[in-house]
Design a protein around this ligand. Structure first.
Ligand code: RRO
Length: 312
């Protein structure tokens, strides 16, 4: 029987799947439902220093092969998610979870880091450097100088396990540059990739965009993103220090998709669009499909094929 247990840094998880931040994780009720699902762990909605309402609706739409969103960082604020995580730890010792956080400006990042550092949180923190949807704010991790400055400021105060959520990159020189920066900091993980920023979908019947914010531009997820996600996980696995683990995110719709992200080097696999579309049942279906794929290939553990992509 194939096992889906996995490790990331010093942490162990009973199942390789988790939610992607933003999906089913804004409120305590949603987070509790994730905790009761077969997912191996969970991440909160990206929290900011102050709670935010986000962008005007409609701001999410289902597309033929995925989703488009311009949520605009709606969240209940970092204090809410830290308090949730502290309660969760009490109730579920030995089940590490992730906080996701983002600054509305670079100077917010060390303040967020300090709050988490000063809290009782013992899990992992994902600093989101790649939200594509706040009007007027660029995706931080496309600006390498700002990325480096933020990492330097975070690690001055932050001593707990930390990672960064990255946008998709498309040029091998970018992978070299970003990996060189990341390798200079005591990161435990990266999460690759966020949605494909600023896509546009047009309704053929009405010639209208699918969502309202930013003139219809939004982050694209689902099957559209899978080949980009595979390439990003693979490219970073080849360039990052061995002690930096990877959460693979992007376009996972089947167990085979998850298998391929693990072949590229993923330690955990997160579900975004498919979780939004299918609901929590996606964890059961994908776990069973991944087990079948492993059985077909003769594997009983993820470690046997993680990172073992073959090339010609
Ligand atoms: O809230 C959002 O609009 C959002 C965020 Br913070 C993100 O990181 N990725 C995304 O697709 N949407």
């Amino acid at each position: 029987m194939a096992s889906l247990t996995t490790t990331l840094g010093d942490y162990a998880f009973q199942n390789v799947f988790m939610n992607a931040s933003g999906v089913h994780c804004q409120t305590e009720a949603e987070l509790d439902q994730l905790a009761a699902s077969p997912a191996g762990t969970l991440v909160t909605k990206t929290g900011t220093l102050e709670a935010r309402a986000g962008n005007p609706e409609p701001r999410f739409a289902q597309l033929a092969l995925g989703t488009i969103n311009s949520m605009g960082l709606p969240n209940l604020g970092i204090d809410y998610y830290i308090a949730y995580a502290e309660r969760f730890q009490e109730k579920h010792p030995g089940r590490p979870i992730f906080l996701s956080v983002a600054g509305m400006k670079p100077d917010d990042f060390p303040l967020l880091a300090q709050k988490i550092q000063d809290s009782g949180f013992t899990g992992l923190t994902e600093f989101n450097l790649s939200c594509p949807n706040v009007p007027g704010k660029p995706q931080i991790a496309y600006d390498f100088d700002t990325t480096e400055a933020i990492l330097a400021a975070i690690f001055k105060v932050f001593k707990k396990p930390a990672g960064v959520k990255l946008p998709p990159y498309f040029d091998l020189a970018q992978f070299d540059q970003v990996a060189a920066i990341l390798n200079r900091y005591p990161l435990t993980l990266i999460n690759s990739i966020n949605s494909l920023g600023n896509g546009l979908w047009i309704d053929p019947a009405t010639d209208t965009t699918a969502i309202k914010p930013k003139g219809g531009f939004g982050g694209i997820g689902g099957q559209y993103a899978k080949p980009i996600a595979l390439a990003n996980v693979r490219a970073f696995r080849q360039r990052l220090r061995g002690d930096i683990s990877i959460i693979g995110t992007g376009g996972v719709t089947t167990g085979r998709d998850a298998y391929e992200l693990i072949l590229c080097g993923a330690n955990l696999v997160s579900l975004g669009s498919i979780l939004a579309t299918e609901g929590l049942g996606a964890f059961t279906r994908l776990s069973s499909e991944l087990e079948s794929e492993m059985a077909k290939k003769g594997y009983t553990s993820l470690a046997e094929f993680r990172g073992q992509l073959k090339t010609l």
